[in-house]
Write a protein that binds this ligand. Structure first.
Ligand code: ACO
Length: 398
């Protein structure tokens, strides 16, 4: 039986909208997207403008506080965040319990969830000071926790942050540095990573952000809500796509398949194969972030070296897709993830870390959206309804 009767009785109308294709869950003043035109703006600033003239830390400030910081505000914002980047030593022992080959995303979400236990006295979502300190702590500690997850997978000792380095430099050293050895900062890598984090910083009501908000509507604290967001981002159709893109490019390379032949497989939907890194729920045009990243991919690969053949395969697939009716009719264009994997790989990150880097970038957006949700008097606990498709009344005795 397909039953909408209880809903109809209560409300007189029913919205059945799988995937929320046409349902706005909230009003928001943070991010504007026009998917048909390929426009993305944070707090009114075009992503291209920010990419050219701002930094990840300033964009985090912008998303969370609503305005770009002055030079002074920018400096004290970053300094304050860096001051909070030590992680309680006891939290380190959590990492020992996970299998060595554990994927760093569930490790990271567990560690973030555990932060609630370390700061149990400052989790009140309605206390401004507590929300502020949670914001700073989360921004400060996520890169450190992410690097712990990385070091754990390598079997290497974890590093302590060095606060004469900035946010992104610190993170790179935490990941690639080794205790008692000098870590040489590569400014090209810092610049590229800063840009990639910024481009991922918010994307309005995507799956993980909606998750953060939904969990938060139950007044779950910021750590708990963001931990849930990390788990949503772990899904291959969301944050896992850049990992999937690289695996796809690798297998095309290893098996020596021609991009044209691969395209045929995709178009015939053989074994459900999709062109990973293509298509987007909102963008029915070139993803503006993908445009910026494509240029960075070429630049960074020429500077730090990398697998040029993978980039070439990616470029050929893109070229073919953009000229193919299948993709044109369905408005499938490269999304943000199409080129990020190739760049992360060139930086030295293994595939498993790609989604972690996405989480690091998305964090300011999650925090900004969680805070907007908490501050909005219209917020109600998220509780969707359903269309019942099960049995009519039946009895145990038949
Ligand atoms: N390759 C081939 N065909 C595709 C692709 C693709 N990447 N994406 C969509 N299609 C086809 C579908 O088969 C479908 O065709 P049909 O009408 O013949 O059945 C049509 O395009 C519409 O696809 P939907 O799945 O209905 O589109 P939806 O908006 O639900 O999905 C999504 C969007 C999940 C991103 C999808 O395009 C996809 O799976 N892409 C590959 C994974 C990916 O790159 N994800 C990253 C998203 S960006 C992010 O999370 C940051």
């Amino acid at each position: 039986a397909l039953s909408i009767a209880p809903l109809l009785k209560e409300t007189g109308k029913v919205t059945y909208d799988p995937g929320f294709m046409n349902t706005a869950n909230t009003k928001s003043a943070i991010t504007f997207i026009d998917g048909d035109e390929g426009i993305l703006r944070y707090r009114g600033y075009a992503i291209e403008d920010l990419a050219e003239n701002s930094t990840f830390m300033d964009v985090a400030y912008l998303l969370i506080n609503g305005e770009l910081p002055t030079a002074e505000q920018s400096e004290s914002w970053e300094t304050n965040i860096l001051r909070h980047n030590m992680v309680h030593e006891d939290l380190k022992s959590f990492f020992a319990g996970f299998p060595r080959d554990a994927h760093p995303m569930p490790v990271l979400s567990s560690a973030v969830s555990a932060l609630s236990t370390f700061y149990a006295d400052s989790l009140d979502p309605f206390d401004e000071d507590q929300v502020h300190i949670s914001t700073v702590r989360l921004l400060a500690k996520l890169p450190v926790l992410a690097s712990y997850a990385f070091k754990k997978s390598l079997g290497q000792p974890m590093m302590y942050p060095h606060n004469d380095l900035n946010y992104v430099e610190n993170f790179l050293r935490l990941c690639f540095g080794v205790p008692a050895e000098e870590y040489e900062i590569d400014p090209d890598m810092v610049k590229a990573l800063d840009l990639l984090l910024m481009l991922h910083a918010d994307h309005e009501q995507n799956c993980s952000t909606s998750t953060v908000r939904l969990v938060g509507t139950a007044h779950a604290n910021m750590f708990a809500s963001v931990s849930a967001g990390i788990n949503a981002l772990y899904g291959p159709l969301h944050g896992g796509a850049n990992e999937a893109v690289l695996n796809m490019l690798r297998s095309i390379q290893a098996e020596g398949i021609k991009p044209e032949d691969f395209m045929e497989k995709v178009k015939n939907k053989e074994d459900g194969v999709r062109l990973m890194g293509f298509g987007h729920r909102v963008y029915k045009n070139y993803d503006p972030r993908a445009k910026i990243i494509k240029k960075t991919a070429t630049d960074i690969l020429s500077k730090v070296g990398g697998n040029d053949e993978l980039l070439e395969i990616a470029q050929r697939l893109e070229e073919k897709a953009l000229a193919d009716d299948y993709f044109v009719e369905r408005k499938l264009y490269p999304n943000v993830d199409f080129y990020t994997g190739v760049i992360y790989k060139a930086m030295g990150f293994p595939e498993k870390m790609f989604t972690v880097l996405f989480a690091l970038g998305r964090l300011p957006g999650w925090i900004a959206q969680w805070r907007e949700m908490i501050e909005d008097p219209a917020t109600k606990i998220g509780r969707p309804r359903q269309v019942y498709t099960g049995h009519d009344l039946r009895t145990v005795k038949g």
